[in-house]
Design a protein around this ligand. Sequence first.
Ligand code: SF4
Length: 349
Amino acid sequence: MTHDELTRHLVSLDLPASQAGAVFGHLHRWGRPLLTVPRLSARQVQRLQETTQDTVCEVVTEASALAQDGVERDETEKLVFRLVDGRRVEGVIIPEGERSTFCVSSQVGCAMACTFCATARLGLARPLTPAEIVKQVYHARDRAEKAGRPLRNVVFMGMGEPLHHYENTRAAIDILTCRWGLSLGFPKITISTVGLVPRIAQLGADFGGRLQLALSLNAGTDETRRRIMPITEKWNLESLKEALRAYPTRRNRFHLLEYVVLPGVNDDDENLDGVAAFTRGLPAVVNLIPWNPFAGAPFQPPTFEDVGRIFDRLRARGVHVSVRLPRGRPMSAACGQLALQTSAMEAQF
Ligand code: SF4
């Protein structure tokens, strides 16, 4: 429940609405039992417990890049969560200096069918509830704190398209940013989307542009993008650019345009010219992501030199561009690789 929902729930039970903040804090900030809420009697706590239930979202396996590969020492940690119906999703803790970023999942599988992404192969099983999204973050927070690198950022870049079941994502953001709870800053949250145009507008209206928006661009022509991202049939590059233009970006903030580098697919002059045209007049940074391979995928991963060349060619076209270093590859925790690899997990789908 969001704070507002909890308040209404307390009122419906004839419990004091003034205790909503204390109850919310016990559940979301401190993880303490409700019996320790100071101004609630044991009887009142019992009524609350009888009318609510805790969400099942347990860590069942974990793997770190450090543990699996003596060469790649990036200390990225992948967590697998088991949900109440036995389904599983993955999240990734990425240490960055003295802090951590958590890549959270929003759906079990995904319906968007991007051809370069392992999650797409699972199809969509179901959306995650707001509670399941939030609980992943709390697990990550606890681990990051224990590791001495407190959680700083949450990125919706795990399994699923976060704007597909928008209401769930919005409720999760409400809970994560609530001042009685974790109180995460809005700019610390990044929503990565394939470009569901009406939902981008809603996100902008609901949060006033305070959230960081990342668009999974990946091509400079509609033709190429259609091949790798079927959603382009519905919303082409022109409509995406319009949506970004209308999104209320704050001063000194940039849209992130993610560009998964697929050699021989989206690295030709026509696509790069298209990217340059797309960014013209937009406060945007193109973030190059070397494609991370997974079994059976019809692409070749780029070399370091391939990515460097695209970087230079985009810069020469006047595009603001950066490169995302691959993290977590040894345990398939890098971008586009979250797909629940063990056979036991695949059996869930
Ligand atoms: S890239 Fe994102 S939106 Fe596309 S299939 Fe994968 S999880 Fe879904």
